[in-house]
Write a protein that binds this ligand. Structure first.
Ligand code: AMP
Ligand code: MG
Length: 464
């Protein structure tokens, strides 16, 4: 194998109850869909001699690369508010970790690689749709400047997976700062596994928050990263869709591109996920749910503290700061979108209210604001013109706006079209879309166009 990955596996050195060692289950006829050479380069992996056939066998799990130590990680979590004591990687395997030339450590994980001890009734597989969706979304988010897991490779398995119908199977290779989640802490806390919780905390601090002096400090720093992350999502009209505690990465990256979507027409109540009947994870609820998730993280850290009732008071005081921290991050995000040096909450809220009332396209409205055609987004153009006059009196910085407001985002109807084509073995729309959405600040009329009525996709499904 010409591909050499210098694995340096620290999670595999943690106690056995943190995971289940498990090889990938081979697939019938692996065929490469995409390999991210730029990401490989950033990770210090020289992929220049990697053939498509070799990439396919490695990143389907058919050949375990030298130095990998595949394992399924244990975790728990609150899903839609309900407690699940045992989740874990049911269709994913951590191959191992690499240390990039810049010194940063990254997980390399296969997703869709077969059953594990955590699979329960699941088949451990993924179909092509969620694999391509995650590839497009995560690479677009990275290009948009949002902390996120990345996509290193996508491979067809040559096997069908049975969902509502039989669909082509695929494996995604994703990289992450780590896959430690709020749910990983909850796993040990809920079992009363004090030693495991302490080991996980020490490991997490060393790996991600080396300046944190202990659990309270860790809580504050994790909270700040969630605040910053969710403010970025809001500024892009991104709806995660499944903000369960097992999908909250402690390192502060966006993880789990299941039923997520970018909003086309702006409305704060927008929700796509078919299973989110109550709109728990609707666009405007995301900050509140991030706060709730951080409260669960705080709860899981309490057993580490010698005086638990004092710890509860201390942690409560910390998490009560979430709304103010979030408000500051939100104002900074939307002030930048409007090119304002000083935040003006009324100006932001008044624009969003007009956008919601008229169903203005979220991305295109902000991209067009400096231009005359912005008013085309509105039905009540007089109201918009009045708002724009107010806004212009602030002398907005158009250069800052151009760096902040993308021209294009990975729109849901385009992702669905790319997936439908790929089902018929036409990967051209996927590759064209990937090239476009990884250059999000470049004007691109094709990908800027919102869906027509007959193209609109209103429902998304969890990525299984
Ligand atoms: P998610 O909704 O992606 O956050 O996954 C929730 C839990 O379900 C995790 O423990 C997954 O590993 C597990 N899971 C999801 N899909 C499958 C599948 N096809 N086979 C086995 N486990 C799965
Ligand atoms: Mg998940």
């Amino acid at each position: 194998m010409p591909l050499h990955i210098a694995f340096d596996n620290s999670y595999a050195a943690l106690p056995e109850r943190f995971y289940a060692r498990q090889p990938a289950t081979p697939v019938a006829t692996p065929a490469l869909i995409a390999f991210n050479h730029a990401l490989a380069g950033d990770l210090g992996i020289d992929s220049s001699d990697l053939s498509e056939a070799e990439a396919a066998v490695l990143f389907s799990g058919n050949v375990t690369p030298d130095g990998a130590d595949p394992l399924a990680q244990a975790y728990a979590g609150h899903q839609f508010g309900g407690w699940s004591p045992q989740l874990g990687d049911g269709r994913a395997l951590l191959l191992g970790e690499v240390i990039a030339p810049d010194g940063s450590r990254h997980d390399i994980q296969l997703k869709g690689s077969g059953r594990t001890p955590f699979s329960r009734s699941g088949d451990g597989r993924a179909w092509l749709g969620p694999v391509l969706r995650e590839y497009l979304m995560s690479e677009a988010m990275h290009a948009l400047g949002v902390p996120t897991t990345r996509a290193l490779a996508a491979v067809r398995t040559g096997q069908k997976v049975q969902r509502e119908t039989a669909l082509p199977g695929a494996v995604l290779t994703r990289t992450a700062a780590s896959h430690i989640r709020v749910g990983t802490f909850q796993f040990f806390a809920a079992r009363g596994d004090q030693d495991g919780l302490q080991t996980l905390t020490d490991y997490t601090i060393a790996r991600h928050y080396p300046r944190a002096s202990g659990p309270a400090d860790l809580l504050e720093q994790v909270m700040q990263r969630q605040v910053d992350l969710v403010a970025k999502w809001m500024g892009l009209g991104f709806i995660h869709g499944v903000m369960n505690t097992d999908n909250v990465a402690i390192a502060g990256e966006t993880i789990d591109y299941g039923p997520c979507a970018m909003m086309d027409s702006y409305h704060p109540d927008t929700v796509f996920s078919a299973i989110d009947q109550q709109g728990r994870y609707a666009y405007a609820n995301q900050p509140r749910l991030a706060h709730w998730n951080i409260a669960q993280f705080a709860t899981s850290l309490v057993p580490l503290m010698p005086d638990q009732s004092a710890a509860i008071d201390q942690f409560t005081a910390i998490i009560n700061r979430f709304p103010d921290l979030y408000a500051a991050a939100y104002q900074a995000t939307f002030s930048a979108k409007l090119g304002l040096s000083d935040s003006d909450p009324d100006l932001i809220e008044d624009l969003l209210a007009l956008m919601a009332r008229d169903g203005a396209d979220f991305t295109n409205t902000f991209a067009a604001l400096p231009h005359a055609n912005a008013r085309d987004q509105f039905i009540d153009r007089a109201a918009f013109d009045a708002w724009k006059t107010r806004w212009q009196s602030h002398n907005p910085d158009h250069g800052q706006m151009a760096r902040t407001n993308p021209q294009i985002v990975p729109r849901l109807h385009r992702i669905e079209a790319a997936i439908q084509a790929a089902i018929t073995d036409d990967d051209a729309p996927f590759h064209a879309m990937l090239a476009a959405v990884t250059q999000p600040f470049t004007a691109n009329a094709t990908y800027a166009r919102p869906p027509d009525a007959d193209e609109k996709v209103t429902r998304t499904f969890c990525g299984t």
